[in-house]
Ligand binder design. Structure first.
Ligand SMILES: N[C@@H](CCC(=O)N[C@@H](CS)C(=O)NCC(=O)O)C(=O)O
Length: 79
């Protein structure tokens, strides 16, 4: 399963998700900082339909809302 987290560093909701990823010791989530990479920002808008972060792409399917993302990650621990 391919996991891509669209985020930016100053976003408190992103930090909440990042803290959960770190606490779980996950290494299977690729980070995409939309403030550092314009292609990532464009991809988020094109696929997700809005620039809101955090957004977790699960095999290319966007999931918004930090608490929903954390709940999904907890329900799907790294193999
Ligand atoms: N309820 C959302 C709030 C996310 C949010 O407000 N993110 C801000 C950045 S800190 C954002 O992306 N704002 C721009 C937008 O919503 O288009 C969550 O918990 O993930």
């Amino acid at each position: 399963m391919k996991l891509d987290l669209y985020m930016f560093q100053g976003c408190p909701f992103c930090r909440r998700v990042l803290a959960a990823i770190e606490a779980a010791g996950r290494t299977d989530v690729t980070l995409h900082d939309i403030h550092k990479n314009n292609d990532d920002r464009r991809t988020l808008l094109a696929v997700g339909g809005k620039e809101q972060v955090p957004c977790l792409f699960i095999d290319g399917e966007p999931l918004y809302e930090s608490l929903d993302i954390i709940a999904w990650l907890e329900a799907h621990p790294q193999a």
